[in-house]
Ligand binder design. Sequence first.
Ligand SMILES: [Mg+2]
Length: 276
Amino acid sequence: MSPIKTILVVDDDAIFLDLYEDALKDSYQVIRALSGFEAFKLLRENRVDLMILDSTMPGLTGLEVLEHLRETSDLPVIMVTADKDKEVQAIETGANDFISKPWDSRVLNLRVKKELGIVDAREEMIRLIYTDNLTNTWNRGKFDLDLELDHVSHIAMFDIDHFKVFNDTYGHQGGDEALKQFVEIIQSTLNERTQTLYRYGGEEFSVLYSHHSDKEVMEHLEALLEDIRTIPIEVSEGVFTSITASIGVAHGNNYQEADKRLYIAKKSGRDQVVFQ
Ligand SMILES: [Mg+2]
């Protein structure tokens, strides 16, 4: 089940904030702001899934809040309007939907549910676009995207040794099984917040590390090679074998350098990490 969603309601009238809260509290966590400034403060401090925004407020108006928000965020916003002109302006400024005062709490809930459903569907679609079908890990597209992240401290490129021979021996189904189990072995060693696995293509994989020291990366990879070497791979029912892998490591997102070192690891006997 997905975690409970948080809705930020923004209105300069506390009585309205009470009404929103009453209408939504059974299904959502509700946080409240009495001004645009307070709304931005709460957005910085909380994970918010949707905002309900009064268009008419002193200080920053709802439209100004929305305009400013849209410079950096695509958070779903339902604008609450009192007149028709504001409805058009709200949509033009980037509101996902609007509702007029006085609203009916069932209508409000339906509008909120619809917007959150769109977000969920979009997130699921993005997840599918970036997931490798066979191994269920991130794919090359996601790799290319994440390679540009600032906090990548190391990149490791992996290649399963003699994979062609493996496929010739066990067939492509056996090869697919090996790829899946190879991923499981790696996944079981990863800290999901700072180490991310991608299938680069074929039998090539990559792990991106964030905020790691050289020593931490090498310790992780040496232990991982040991796991790969020793954990049996079941290529078909009851048929077990083992594999090894070669790894090239480089700093930051230097993919070319990691790949060069992977090549050296292959040339100098495989089943090893090269990082220099
Ligand atoms: Mg108002």
